[in-house]
Design a protein around this ligand. Structure first.
Ligand code: SAM
Ligand code: SF4
Length: 321
């Protein structure tokens, strides 16, 4: 079992399988040219899997595949199958922008994927173009339909931003309600890679919009999820992630692995250790040592809410969010 210095059990590994992306979301990686291809330093699926096995053997029982855009990694379903074959009861999920999902949904499901989070910030094509700097909405919505059709459990992530998609909170909520999908509104997290003029909506503002149409009750937190849950009178539950209020750090159970093999104890901070050499040499004992050391050094809290704190230098497209 992996226990950190604040007595939190770490059982959740998020793996960013690539930092490349086919979108250029304003809040994530607005500046990189579309032709940008990072040095091919990324770990092979075999190398990633050898580390995943170490993690599972040490007590990880929940894995999320993310990116960049994970579906840009060729044959991603084979990596998913490797993990599921090793531990059939693993809680395995993925986060994607949905653009390539229509063609991959069935393969992912057959490989063992159970749950998928799809990022949809808008239902209006021109707003989607503005946020992602590409014509994307039609494909993304087809991806959602395909995921539902093959039987994946779908959750939608939305980052509400002033002057961009703030008028679509209820539309997204209703789009999700109608399809029996849950939705999480994620407060924009400031970071040095994002467009400077973004102003995210805070949970109070979101709740005021939702409250203008629906009555709801506060359900609080549930287990290790960073989401604060609310229940509408008809039973539908939605979540809000409020990183500027670090209440959820006390139950944080996650660490993150980048495509280059950096193991990160907290989304906010720069600290990380590389497992690349250890897995490259097949040195499982060293990989396990690094895993335990990263868990040991996991900070107590993020600093998004700290007005004295610097803006985080962590790139969401490297860490997977
Ligand atoms: N490309 C995939 C996607 O967009 O779903 C997976 C990677 S993306 C980094 C994971 C999640 O992080 C997305 O839901 C995205 O909206 C969120 N995200 C990225 N930058 C963010 C920021 N600055 N603040 C809040 N959420 C952010
Ligand atoms: Fe790509 Fe996801 Fe970042 Fe948007 S949020 S640029 S889709 S990695």
């Amino acid at each position: 079992m992996l226990i950190d210095s604040f007595n939190r059990q770490v059982n959740y590994l998020r793996i960013s399988v690539t930092e490349r992306c086919n979108f250029r979301c304003q809040y994530c990686m607005p500046e990189k040219p579309f032709s940008w291809v990072p040095k091919e330093k990324i770990l092979s699926f075999e190398a990633l899997f050898s580390f995943v096995k170490v993690c599972i053997d040490e007590g990880i029982n929940k894995v999320r595949i993310t990116g960049g855009e994970p579906l840009l990694r060729e044959d991603l379903h084979t990596f998913i199958a490797m993990i599921c074959d090793y531990k059939s009861d693993i809680d395995l999920a993925m986060t994607t922008n949905g653009y390539l999902l229509e063609q991959h949904a069935q393969k992912l499901k057959d490989a063992g994927l159970q749950r998928i989070n799809i990022s949809i910030d808008t239902l209006q094509p021109e707003v989607a173009r503005k946020i992602t700097q590409k014509e994307v909405l039609k494909e993304v919505l087809l991806g959602v339909d395909a995921a539902l059709q093959v039987g994946l459990k779908v959750k939608i992530n939305m980052v509400p931003m002033k002057g961009l998609n703030e008028h679509e909170i209820l539309d997204i909520l209703e789009y999700c309600k109608a399809r029996d999908m849950s939705v999480r509104f994620i407060e924009y997290m400031e970071n040095v890679h994002a467009q400077v003029d973004i102003s995210g909506m805070k949970s109070k503002e979101l709740l005021a919009v939702i409250g203008s149409k629906y009555a709801f009750t506060d359900e609080g937190f549930d287990g290790h999820s960073p989401s604060h849950y609310y229940r509408l009178d008809d039973g539908y539950v939605f979540g809000i992630i409020e990183p500027y209020n670090d209440d959820f750090c006390v139950t944080c159970n996650r660490i993150r692995l980048t495509a280059e093999g950096l193991l990160i104890p907290c989304l906010y901070f720069d600290e990380a250790m590389s497992i690349k050499e250890a897995v490259g040499q097949g040195n499982i004992a060293e990989a396990a040592r690094i895993l335990k050391e990263v868990v040991r050094t996991k900070p107590e809290k993020n600093r998004w809410g700290d007005s004295e704190g610097e803006i985080s230098k962590r790139a969401f497209y490297e860490t997977g969010g």
